[in-house]
Design a protein around this ligand. Sequence first.
Ligand SMILES: [Zn+2]
Length: 123
Amino acid sequence: MNIIQTHCFFCGSSKPETLVLPEKEQIEDKHQFVDYEPCEKCKEQMDNNYLFLEITKTPNHNKELFKDVYPTGRWFCVKPEYIDQVIKNKELYENNRQFMIDEETYDKMFMNMVNEDKNDTKN
Ligand SMILES: [Zn+2]
């Protein structure tokens, strides 16, 4: 049997879960076995903040998130007190805490965040 240690996609730390695969199954890329369930630490951060996850339509080593949508591995959280500086349209963030943004938007937003408050960015 192949026993695979699972890792948090967001911070890369080991998760308590292991995955057991039948022996004949080849492990070509361990990224394929990563799910997008955050570890406890990341989950706590996401629950208390707004998450911005960068996505791309170009296939990469990450598993498909949705059809033809792949996370790039970059993300950051915004504290609630700063969200109105990031998203001007209040209706957008009233009911959402998680956003998927393309690479161009990510760069634009992330650069703005870095300029405004270095402590509120996470990559
Ligand atoms: Zn994590």
